[in-house]
Design a protein around this ligand. Structure first.
Ligand code: FES
Ligand code: FES
Length: 156
């Protein structure tokens, strides 16, 4: 069955006719052309596909696009809309928190979601915040440092 999906995607209203079984990750990448959201395991294990739905991290490979009706979806593309890096992206860059970079968009969105609800997380909170995201090549120490740096930058 086809449904008319109305949502806010990276701050802009969109209306698309989509199959009711279309996954959010496929909607983002193929219908909206936002390929920053990656597909790793395609089964809810790796977190590469993490986006924000109403500000909370969500695995887009486990989410139906139709379930985002009237919701606000944010992908990694939204963070650089002003032309510069976001605080989390800058932290990843400056703390050398990426090697292959394949996990990075999902990791960035998980960290972004964390910092919106907990602007000053300790290490345990950061570990918990990115626990659903796997990095196979950088490890987690530099990523945690990156999130700490981003939190410091965002503090008033
Ligand atoms: S691609 Fe979604 S969790 Fe791995
Ligand atoms: S930087 Fe390669 S998987 Fe994380």
């Amino acid at each position: 069955m086809t449904v008319l999906l109305s949502l806010t995607l990276n701050g802009r209203a969109r209306h698309d006719a989509v199959p009711d079984n279309l996954l959010l990750v496929d909607y983002l990448r193929e219908s909206a052309g936002l390929t920053g959201t990656k597909i790793g395991c395609d089964g809810g294990e790796c977190g590469c596909c993490t986006v924000l739905v109403d500000g909370r991290p969500r695995h887009a490979c486990l989410t139906l696009a139709a379930s985002c009706q009237e919701k606000a979806v944010e992908t990694v593309e939204a963070l650089a809309e002003t032309g510069g890096l976001s605080a989390v992206q800058r932290g990843i860059h400056e703390k050398l928190g990426a090697q292959s970079g394949f996990c990075t968009p999902g990791m960035v969105m998980a960290a972004e979601g964390l910092l919106r609800t907990n602007p000053d997380p300790d290490e345990a909170a950061i570990r918990a915040g990115i626990a659903a995201n796997i990095c196979r090549c950088t490890g987690y120490v530099k990523i945690i440092e990156a999130v700490q740096a981003a939190a410091n930058e965002r503090m008033p």
